[in-house]
Design a protein around this ligand. Sequence first.
Ligand code: GLN
Length: 476
Amino acid sequence: MTRPPSATGLRFQLSSRAVSSRDLVQESLTKIDRLEARIGAFISRADPEDLLSTASHIDDLRAKGEEVHPLAGIPVAVKDNIAVRGMEMTCGSRILEGYRPPYDATAVGRLRDAGLIIVGKTNMDEFGFGSSTENSAFHTTRNPANLDMVPGGSSGGSAAAVAAGIVPWALGTDTGGSIRQPAALCGVAGFRPTFGSVSRYGLVSYASSMDQIGPLAKSVDDAAALLSVIAGPDPRDSTCFPHHLGQVDQIPGTLRVGVPQEYLSDACQPAVTKAIADVSEHLSALGWKVTPVSLPLTEYALSIYYIIASVEAASNLARYDGVKYGYSLPDTDTWEEMLIGTRTKGFGDEAKRRIILGTFASSAGYQDQYYARACNARELLSAEFRRAFENVDLLLTPISPTTAWRLGEKTTDPIQMYLSDVFSIPAALAGIPASVIPVGADAEGLPVGVQLCGPPGADSLVLAASRVVESLTVAE
Ligand code: GLN
């Protein structure tokens, strides 16, 4: 694998004026024109003239010697469930078609403050419900590594845009794996921060106890740099706490890395198991202490997640009533007809499945049996992680049991789709930081990634260790 071009490398070229922001934006636009018809990474794109004039403005400021953010002028893409003022935001759903938020998400405001240039909104599974981006109401996104394959999901558009080199980095969101799994399937770096590290203000809610915004990028350093731009407390999101992020720690001597045995199941493709074995071997050779650990509750994670996430989703989706936002069924006689008709036409099958599942699992009479039990089990699973982190600094796991699969292969069987999330979901339930590092490819040339998780707040350590893993494998 050759080391990919780095966004943070561009900052030096920009400051020495070896490259201009206009060049970078022009390059993104040229690549979109050349590749987008095949890849389908975007739902909407910013006006090219506006982008070029913003870039020229930043170039002028630099030329005049005015102080600009070191990353100013670098293009970025944003997943379509994060509000960008004035740009259509659909969340991959017909029900929001035509909705233009009048405000920026906090993370987007911070991108703008740093002078990053938002080239477009990326495709996604409707509201984040899915693992392949095939649940977008608009079109399919293809994996740049092989156009017959899915890019993963739900941030498949962001992962594909980065993997195809259209943008050096992008924002995604991760409720149960939606940054990490598409990063792995497309062969880019992805990072899910500790829950509460990045403000959710302006992120359309899927499951509010797990939703997090985070970076997808060509390299771990880039992911860390983008994270440092967006992270930090925000009075508009009370779950967002002060916590210093984005600076990649120096590794404190040797680290203890646990490999949970429950993650190395028969469901894993050989290339995935081999990646874990290879990384373990390389880290041991560096003097790190790599040991097997056991997380027996892992087998319950999928059930816990699909109950809690669906209950929260059903509640969050109640706001789409044909009145406040987006699509509204025309020519109806009564309010009830309009509401039912709007939701019937506006939501896709997977959204309806989650609404039905979540409403059932939280309804009177079933709540104790399903939702309350799932919440208790989630607490036990989090405690299991806490105990594991008493003995190891980090956990090394697969992130997806398989490499990218064929388009259409799992669309008729939702359970198969859910099963593909088995390794990404536990970290999301526990709210811990988790990084995905591309480490190579399988026999068909499809990317393979591995996951590193750390205790809550250890984001910088996870990123530092991820950089070590990246350098080991890139050098292979
Ligand atoms: N695939 C998982 C789901 O469908 C996770 C998606 C996400 O993180 N948004 O819920």
